[in-house]
Ligand binder design. Structure first.
Ligand code: KE4
Length: 434
């Protein structure tokens, strides 16, 4: 397979133009390809497992809109569902039957959820969930994990403090120390560190929020006992355990990571797949906690387009399909495993043992030969090699996440031939840099 793609001209022109009116030329930072150099490709269309850019280059798609397109792009069921409702106007700002049906389906699919509130993004879901946990417990502090991402709310844009049990520091301009002091940071997979944080802040921790399988430092599954340990600590100390399943929800199993791994949180946040590609987030959990949410309770949260009819139609169609076709998950595990094993065999040809973390349809190839169990490990990866690898794969028509610290997301639209094409490109891209 040669470098099939040589012409990015229209994308380059569009990027030049975009930067005049959009900060960085993109509406979400990772899309700007800053970590991998060069210009982002501008996508014109997508179908199944393939993307087509404005220069009509075709790519095998391994981001799937950062998760939502688990059934591949332009799935007829989802398109049909949206076209059926769009003739009845796009939005009412009033309760609809479809929102009730959607809530009932989510309660049926997600083990921890007895009541659920729809919002418009994963950020909103996570922001609201910690506010509810604070309102429910009357406590102020939250614990999050280094390398986990829960959206761009102030409380989450926090770096680890200097001391082992000191408060966090702002990790973005515009986030105040006042906010940062209520966020404590622990290394992922480090239960004893969490224990120390709780002991150093007695009766002050409202919530522990965690990606049950991390995707935002690259794919990093929980070590055996980590989630179970968090569950025990939170129960023991009256802390709300929140699983951020914006990525893993409906992806790793129809009931998400909590169903696959058998650990049930008090609250769950959702996004991505739940909207079938349209803007939807949700947060839910135990009835006694969710009944704190306005207008039932005194924790305020609202949204003009929450439960939007088109988004509910798309999400309901996608979730219903996943609920009725559990075989989707065994297929995704198979192609995920085939890709991991293929990549590991190819590394051996170069006498290297690069780490590949994979669980179900989430996978990351790390340019390090050490295990990757937390963000410090992930940061050992050779980012220069990743950058050149990314460009080599792009030129061969393979569309990867433009950062070493992201998970890839496979879809059921990928066939065995696509997996083989990815592995051929992988070997050739590696041969150029090793
Ligand atoms: P959104 O606000 O982007 O819908 O969701 C935020 C969020 C919350 N929780 C988890 C576990 C997430 O992965 C995300 C968003 N994921 C990123 C990908 N790393 C979205 C891509 C982007 O920021 O453009």
């Amino acid at each position: 397979m040669t470098n099939r793609i040589k012409n990015f001209k229209t994308s380059e022109q569009l990027f030049e133009r975009a930067q005049k009116t959009i900060p960085g030329g993109v509406n979400s930072p990772v899309r700007a390809f800053r970590a991998v150099g060069g210009n982002p490709v501008f996508i014109r269309a997508a179908q199944g497992a393939y993307l087509y850019d404005e220069d009509n280059n075709r790519y095998i798609e391994l981001i799937n809109s950062w998760g939502p397109m688990i059934l591949g792009h332009a799935h007829p069921l989802v398109e049909q569902a949206v076209s059926q409702v769009m003739r009845n106007s796009f939005s009412f700002g009033a309760p609809t039957k479809l929102e009730v049906e959607m809530a009932e389906l989510i309660v049926k699919m997600v083990p921890s959820i007895e009541k659920v509130r729809m919002v418009n993004s994963g950020t909103e879901a996570c922001m609201a969930a910690i506010r509810v946990a604070r309102g429910y417990t009357g406590r102020s502090k939250i614990i999050k994990f280094e390398g986990c991402y829960h959206g761009h709310a102030d409380s989450f844009l926090i770096a680890a403090g200097s001391g082992a049990t000191t408060m966090g520091t702002p990790d973005s301009l515009g986030v105040t120390q006042g906010v940062a002091q209520d966020t404590l940071i622990a290394p992922y997979n480090d239960l004893s560190f969490v224990e120390k944080l709780i002991e150093a802040n007695p009766n002050q921790v409202a919530a522990v929020i965690v990606e049950p399988v991390a995707g935002n430092m690259g794919c990093v599954p929980p070590k055996k006992g980590f989630l179970e340990g968090l569950r025990h600590l939170c129960t023991q100390h009256g802390i709300v355990l929140i699983f951020d399943e914006v990525m893993t929800g409906f992806r790793l199993a129809k009931g998400g990571a909590q169903e696959l791994l058998g650990v049930i949180p008090d609250m769950t946040t959702l996004g991505k797949i739940i909207g079938g590609g349209l803007p939807v987030g949700a947060y839910g959990g135990k009835k006694e906690i969710m009944d704190c949410v306005s207008p039932q309770g005194k924790v305020y949260q609202a949204g003009t387009l929450s439960g939007n009819p088109l988004a509910m139609a798309a999400g309901y169609a996608m979730l219903s399909y996943l609920d009725e076709h559990p075989e989707v998950y065994s297929y995704l595990e198979k192609i995920g495993r085939d890709l991991r094993e293929g990549m590991m065999q190819i590394s051996q040809k170069f006498n290297r043992k690069f780490t590949v973390n994979q669980i179900g349809s989430m996978i990351t190839f790390f340019f390090t030969e050490k295990p990757v169990e937390n963000f410090e490990d992930a940061k050992q990866s050779d980012l220069e090699k990743f950058k050149r690898y990314f460009q080599g794969m792009l030129r061969r028509g393979i569309y990867l996440a433009p950062s070493q610290f992201e998970s890839l997301f496979l879809s059921t639209a990928l066939q065995e031939a696509d997996i083989q094409e990815i592995l051929v490109a992988h070997e050739q891209a590696l041969s150029e840099i090793l």
